[in-house]
Design a binder for this molecule. Structure first.
Ligand code: F1P
Length: 340
């Protein structure tokens, strides 16, 4: 009910949010793992839609280095558990560094991160049963889009019609996510193909690059297949040397202004015998064919595509893990909250 309600949406971040957001000229996001990838996506939104400069860093680096704090910066942490030691340490350091305030985007209401932050937005995804973060990630993205809208609104940097369009599309998001889940059966069929593979590349451009990073992390975490993500334009600067018929190349390719460039990157892969698995909507103009396994996605406005395209990558890791017989909920060597 809060969406698109103007001031009410801003107040969802806390009573002092409107006054504070009006002063914000820069955003510093700090998080770990999957939550870091959510922050990487948010950078595209905050800069493109709300016109606010944004830096994103893993907490395990941020907490130990000398940071030059930009004036009037809001310090944003993202965490499923709210207990990740590096993220908490970064928040505690940030208190004496001159940030305007701290905002936690967190899934657990009773947590250290929420207790110690000035503002909080709870994702309320419910308990994450498995170690690997999945539904927390999608809800973090929605929360970060709301932050983008709230900041754009208060600062007057987001055009009213653009904001209205985004709010309408956010309202339709649950239905779109339902449509995306319909690709489950097609992805289950792909799982067998990965079972004897030792390496996988994930590619994306723009805000789909961090989506590819998250896809690679999920595959590593639960199916133990070595996976790396690259911005597709970086292929020619090294990773192309790895491509052969044993290297699946997974690509998230929603139709947008970058898709033609992405398609030429995919041709470079095909020319070297690489096998493509492509998630794309009908407008992207990518065809199923030799060496290209296409999974059709519903169309969505580009700003929300990262949320939608995360789903098939999570499903892919899940089905590969189930096919290989690894423990999807309790991967070896990993802990739900990394508290040390
Ligand atoms: C960060 C994180 C998760 C990952 C795993 C280990 O946790 O890296 O993204 O899935 O559970 O910790 P959090 O700060 O988001 O709780």
């Amino acid at each position: 009910g809060r969406l698109g309600d103007g001031q009410v949406m801003v107040e969802a971040f806390g009573p002092q949010a409107a006054e504070l957001f009006a002063k914000v000229k820069n955003i510093q996001i700090v998080a770990c793992g999957t939550s870091f990838h959510a922050g990487m996506i948010a950078r595209y939104w905050l800069e493109e839609l709300a016109g606010i400069p944004c830096q994103v860093e893993v907490a395990s680096e941020f907490r130990y280095r000398k940071v030059m704090v930009q004036p009037d910066s809001l310090f944003v942490t993202i965490s499923q558990s709210g207990e990740t030691a590096d993220t908490l340490a970064a928040l505690r350091n940030a208190r004496n560094m001159g940030y305007l305030a701290s905002l936690a985007i967190c899934n657990v209401a009773i947590s250290s991160l929420v207790r110690e932050s000035d503002l909080t937005l709870l994702t309320l995804a419910g308990p994450e049963i498995g170690v690997a973060s999945t539904k927390a990630f999608t809800t973090q993205l929605v929360a970060l889009m709301l932050l983008t809208l709230a900041l754009g609104q208060v600062r007057g940097s987001l055009a009213v019609d653009k904001e209205r369009q985004l709010v309408e599309e956010l309202r339709r998001l649950p239905a779109r996510l339902g449509e995306a889940l319909a690709v489950n059966a097609a992805i289950e069929q792909l799982a067998e193909y990965f079972a004897d593979k030792n390496n996988t590349l994930f590619l994306g451009r723009g805000a789909q690059y961090p989506v590819a990073m998250e896809g690679a992390l999920k595959l590593k975490e639960i199916s133990y297949i070595h996976a790396e993500a690259y911005p597709a334009g970086e292929l020619k600067h090294g990773p192309l040397a790895l491509v052969d018929s044993d290297m699946p190349v997974v690509t998230v390719a929603p139709s947008n202004e970058l898709v033609e460039k992405l398609k030429s990157n995919l041709q470079e892969v095909r020319a070297r015998g690489g096998e493509l698995i492509v998630f794309a909507d009908g407008r992207a103009g990518i065809e199923n064919g030799e060496g290209t396994r296409l999974v059709n996605m519903p169309h969505i406005i580009d700003a929300l595509a990262p949320i939608l395209y995360t789903i098939p990558l999570q499903l892919l890791s899940y089905h590969v893990a189930v096919f290989k017989g690894t423990d999807v909920d309790q991967p070896r060597n990993l802990a739900k909250s990394v508290t040390v």
